[in-house]
Design a protein around this ligand. Structure first.
Ligand SMILES: Cc1cc2nc3c(=O)[nH]c(=O)nc-3n(C[C@H](O)[C@H](O)[C@H](O)COP(=O)(O)O)c2cc1C
Length: 207
């Protein structure tokens, strides 16, 4: 280990291991102080040419989140309509109930951060990579403070996010991240062993 460390590195590795994608939240509020610390960690992410092309749109207003819920649910059910028609009535009802529960649980968090990317930034080819790094900082910072998050691209249709939140075309919506206390911490999904990804010096032995 480098001799000049002024912190205990173990905390970082524990946080990385403990981060989970969370899709169901309690309504317990996130204090502003915590939220600002989390956003500040996102702000400090590296970016191409230090262009920092992100905007973090914070949504806490329950009335707005309820509108988003209703629009997201309507669009999701519409997208599933054909599939639902093909099912037996009982199966269709169960599938529809699943969609309703999923969107309800996902949108129950007290805070959402929509990561937006300014497509007029100096290096537009890299804005997605920049934004993903900011989102990673955000998720780890939130976990450090005890909150669950999710890098969500599909659960809430982009059309609903753009319309309800009035996001101009200039901004690409990268993801919408809930921040909150999970109803339960999900178990870790399977992750492949390190050896599956790493090659030293050459790829000769890679499958
Ligand atoms: C680019 C990206 C897009 C994702 N989109 C979604 C999504 O739309 N809905 C969702 O529930 N999870 C989404 N996830 C979360 C992944 O499903 C999750 O990270 C993966 O299952 C591993 O679980 P873990 O984050 O707990 O390690 C996304 C993650 C990434 C990195």
């Amino acid at each position: 280990m480098a001799p000049e460390l002024g912190w205990n590195p173990n905390c970082f590795f524990e946080i990385v291991k403990a981060r989970r994608t969370v899709r169901a939240f309690t309504a317990t509020p996130v204090p502003d102080e915590d939220l600002v610390r989390i956003l500040d960690a996102a702000r400090l992410a590296p970016s191409s040419g230090n262009q920092q092309p992100w905007r973090f749109l914070v949504v806490r207003d329950r009335a707005v989140l309820d509108r988003l819920h209703d629009d997201a649910l309507a669009l999701t059910l519409e997208a599933a309509r054909e599939q639902l028609y093909m099912m037996e009535a009982e199966e269709a009802a169960a599938h529809q109930a699943q969609i309703v529960d999923y969107i309800g649980a996902f949108l129950a968090a007290p805070v959402y951060v929509v990561v937006l990317l300014d497509t007029t930034a100096p290096y537009p080819a890299y804005v997605e990579q920049d934004g993903a790094l900011a989102a990673a900082h955000l998720m780890l910072a939130a976990r450090a403070l005890g909150y669950g998050t999710a890098y969500d691209t599909d659960s809430i249709p982009e059309r609903a996010i753009r319309y309800v939140l009035g996001i101009p075309d200039r901004y690409q919506i990268l993801c919408m991240l809930p921040i909150g206390i999970p109803t339960a911490w999900p178990p870790a999904p399977p992750k492949r062993e390190l050896e599956a990804f790493v090659a030293y010096e050459t790829l000769d032995d890679a499958g």
